[in-house]
Structure formats: structure tokens, C-alpha cells
Write a protein that binds this ligand. Structure first.
Ligand code: ADP
Ligand code: ASP
Ligand code: MG
Length: 415
């Protein structure tokens, strides 16, 4: 079997949905399972809805209606007035309203998963119906019946054994399925999510469990480039990269592939193709076993919205193991991601990411024990396979606050 994953950018509007049908007609879809993300920026829109709901903001109704209007205008553009998909869309919205009107949990992450997951249900319902209309006969599948997770909302861990069993016993290779990424279900029967951008990972899980011949991720870019084209004008295509190199790039933040996606593929040596949904017959990038990276180019990775935090003891004594251990326990407890560490005798600097907006709660606790300096709005720049020229290019164009280097990789926190 083959697994295809179409991301949010591929279905950001009605023309995007039409293009998915074109891609499938063009490249074929025999023995294929399709994992599809939420449309466009709908996950972000649902996230804002959750925040408005939790904080009882007056914008809640506006946001909810905007989300409904967005989906319904795509439906209007793709389907006839009486098409049955309208009912499916209405059901998702009325179930959302029922949930929010009757639930009484205070658990942000639990509510987030129950709400945000509906973006994937909506997109898959709409696209599945459209493909059926276009003669691409397919079956809509609720992925939550297959992806079994623990109950850590917003960052659920997959139960591989149960998931594997469910996938192997449910999936008929002769049926074209359209299903969701990013979401699963826990033992209590509630929806969970696997972390932002998690649908690449879902596709990787299917590829692994079904011993797929390949996984193709369809993107709005030519493939994996040596830099994010949003920040670098002359980013170049990497034709081939090894699994290890892909893991490294994803680890440092190359947002084109979700970091967890590669490992299941690597275990079974399933090739990953990253291709353009605009030019679907172009070669794109293949991630496979073999040579590290072809062509060998410096790869630039940009992570924005970083905090550079420098911590020293109040009495300027040395920062010792115990201090470092205490600091890390705090970061762990407050779900703060540490992207870079540097220590000297009396200070300890970390470049961190505050994804869950917890740092402001943690800061006063740290300040009780340490002198803490915070620089917000920093960017972490990584160059894999750096050269003197690539390094000079970054250093000439940025104010470097902190720099760290290994043989292959240089990282800089810049202003
Ligand atoms: P989707 O969610 O639709 O699958 P994403 O937006 O998550 O797609 O990923 C595609 C985007 O990743 C590109 O538009 C590009 O801006 C960004 N990107 C970041 N790093 C790279 C890279 N090294 N190569 C290609 N694209 C990259
Ligand atoms: N829709 C989810 C997100 O935007 C998952 C994904 O697209 O990968 O994070
Ligand atoms: Mg994505």
C-alpha cells in the first residue's frame, strides 16, 4: 500500500480541494490511504475559539461563526445545494455546540482536543465527499477508531500495539480511505491530539503498520529545501536525504517535516517522498537509507519566538549540578522546551520555547532562587553542514547573542 498525506495548505480553499482530485487523477491512487489535515489555518482558528471559550470572551460567537462560514463557503463552491455533505457539516457544528454548552471541565487541554479535532473531521468529510463526486470512489474513516493513545491531552502518546492491531485488522488495501491526521482516542473514549503538525506523524504510523511501500507528503513547496523559502529567497531542493539527516533537520526545527514522522519509517526502511501538489510529477525529495544529503549544501533552520534566559546564583557562586537539575525540573514541570544550553562558571543560559505560555508563571519561582535575565523575541538559527560562507552570511546580517558549534552544526541565538 501507499500512504499519501495532504496538509492544510493543499486544501486551503475550494480550488485546493479541486487540485487534490487533479493530483490523484494524475499520479493514481490504487491501494492508497490518504491522511488529510484541517483546511488552511483552521487549526489556528479553532485554537483561538478554545481560548475565547475558556476566557469567556465576547469574540467567541464571532470566531465560531467565522469557522462555520469558512467551511460552508467551500462547500457552496464545491457542491450542489442539496448535497448530503451539508448535513455532515451541520452535524459536526451542532455536536461542537452541544459539547461546549454542556461540558463542565476546567481542563484546557482536554477541551482543546475535543474542539480542535473537529477541524480534521470537517476537512475529511468535505474532501471525501468531493472526491466521490469526482469519481474517485473512497471511504471516509474515523481515525480515532484506529489510533489509540494515552490520555495526555494535546500531546498524546500512541499505544503502538493497540494501534497496529486496529490498523491491520480494519484496513482493506483495496479500498481508498480518506482519514484524519493529528487525532486519536484514549481508553476513556475521548478524542486526543498528537501535538501540532501531527498529521505527518499519523501518516508515518499508517505507513509503518501497513508495511507501506512509501509515504508521500504533498506540500506547497518542491520538496525539502536547504532553507525555509519564507525566510530565504534562494532555497534549493535537496534531492535525497537519509533518515538520520531528516531527523536532525526536523529536530532543529525544519518545519517541513514533523520530527516524530521519520522514526517509524526508518524502522521499516519505508521511503518518504516530499513532493509538490502544484507540480505532482516532479521528483521532489526522497528520504531514504543511504547517503546523508544530496546535494551537500548548508541547511538553514529558523526557529522564531525564542526566549534567551540567563540564570545565575543570587550570591554569584558557581552554577552546580544541583542548580541545573532544579532548573530543568522546573522547565519539565512547566512544559517548556529547551532548544539550546550553554553554561559558564557563574551563569547558565538557555534558549527556550514557551509553547504553552507558562514561562510567566514560572519566572517568579526561578527568581526566588536565581538572578534571571530574559531576552524575548529571539530567533534560533541553525546551520547544518555549515561552511565559512554560510556562517559569514548569517553573522553579517544578524546580531548574534549566543553561538555554539559542533563539527557539522552551528547554532546561533540572534536578535
Ligand atoms: P502542511 O501543513 O500543509 O503540510 P506546512 O506548512 O507544515 O505544510 O509545511 C510546508 C512549509 O514548510 C513550506 O511552505 C515552507 O514554508 C516550510 N518549510 C520550512 N522549512 C522548510 C524546508 N527546509 N524545506 C521546505 N519547506 C520548508
Ligand atoms: N491540523 C493540525 C495542525 O495544524 C495537524 C497538521 O496539520 O499536521 O497542527
Ligand atoms: Mg503542517
Amino acid at each position: 500500500m501507499e500512504i499519501f498525506k495532504f496538509g492544510g495548505a493543499s486544501v486551503k480553499d475550494a480550488d485546493g480541494v479541486r487540485n487534490v482530485a487533479k493530483v490523484l487523477h494524475r499520479v493514481g491512487y490504487d491501494h492508497t490511504l490518504i491522511v488529510l489535515s484541517a483546511m488552511g489555518k483552521m487549526t489556528n482558528a479553532f485554537e483561538s475559539l478554545v481560548t475565547a471559550y475558556m476566557q469567556k470572551e465576547t469574540t467567541f460567537n464571532i470566531l465560531r461563526d467565522e469557522i462555520e462560514t469558512f467551511h460552508k463557503s467551500i462547500v457552496d463552491s464545491l457542491f450542489a445545494k442539496q448535497h448530503e455533505v451539508r448535513r455532515a457539516v451541520d452535524v459536526i457544528f451542532s455536536e461542537l455546540d452541544d459539547f461546549l454548552n454542556t461540558q463542565n471541565s476546567e481542563d484546557y487541554d482536554f477541551i482543546y482536543d475535543q474542539v480542535v479535532s473537529r477541524a480534521e473531521l470537517l476537512s475529511t468529510k468535505i474532501v471525501s465527499a468531493y472526491l466521490n463526486e469526482q469519481g474517485i470512489e473512497n471511504t471516509w474513516l474515523d481515525v480515532r477508531d484506529l489510533i489509540k493513545t494515552n490520555n495526555v491531552y494535546r500531546g498524546a502518546e500512541v499505544d503502538w500495539k493497540l494501534t497496529n492491531q486496529a490498523i491491520v485488522s480494519h484496513i482493506d488495501p483495496n479500498v481508498l480511505y480518506i482519514t484524519q491526521g493529528f487525532i486519536g482516542r484514549n481508553e476513556e473514549g475521548y478524542t486526543t491530539t498528537l501535538g501540532r503538525e501531527g498529521s505527518d506523524y499519523s501518516a508515518g504510523i499508517f505507513a509503518y503498520s501497513l508495511d507501506a511501500t512509501s509515504l508521500t507528503i504533498w506540500k506547497d513547496v518542491e520538496g525539502v529545501l536547504n532553507a525555509d523559502p519564507r525566510y530565504f529567497n534562494d532555497a534549493q531542493l535537496l534531492k535525497q536525504i537519509s533518515y538520520t539527516e531528516a531527523i536532525e533537520l526536523a529536530f532543529y526545527g525544519a518545519s517541513v517535516i514533523h520530527p516524530k514522522t521519520i522514526q517509524p519509517l526508518q524502522k521499516k526502511e519505508i521511503p518518504l517522498y516530499v513532493k509538490s501538489f502544484i507540480e505532482p510529477t516532479n521528483q521532489g525529495t526522497v528520504v531514504t537509507r543511504g547517503s546523508k544529503i544530496d546535494p551537500l549544501l548548508p541547511c538553514f533552520i529558523v526557529k522564531k519566538d525564542q526566549l534567551l534566559v540567563s540564570i545565575s546564583t543570587l550570591d554569584f557562586s558557581f552554577i552546580m549540578e544541583q542548580n541545573i537539575s532544579d532548573i530543568f525540573n522546573y522547565f519539565h514541570a512547566y512544559k517548556i522546551k529547551v532548544n539550546l544550553i550553554q553554561n559558564s562558571a557563574i551563569s547558565f543560559s538557555v534558549c527556550i520555547e514557551d509553547k504553552y505560555n507558562q514561562f510567566n508563571t514560572l519566572l517568579p519561582l526561578l527568581q526566588k532562587e536565581f538572578l534571571v535575565k530574559v531576552f524575548s523575541g529571539a530567533t534560533l538559527l541553525t546551520i547544518r553542514h555549515f561552511t565559512p560562507d554560510s556562517l559569514a552570511f548569517i553573522e553579517e546580517n544578524n546580531t548574534v547573542l549566543l553561538k555554539q558549534s559542533t563539527q557539522e552544526t552551528v547554532q546561533m541565538v540572534v536578535q
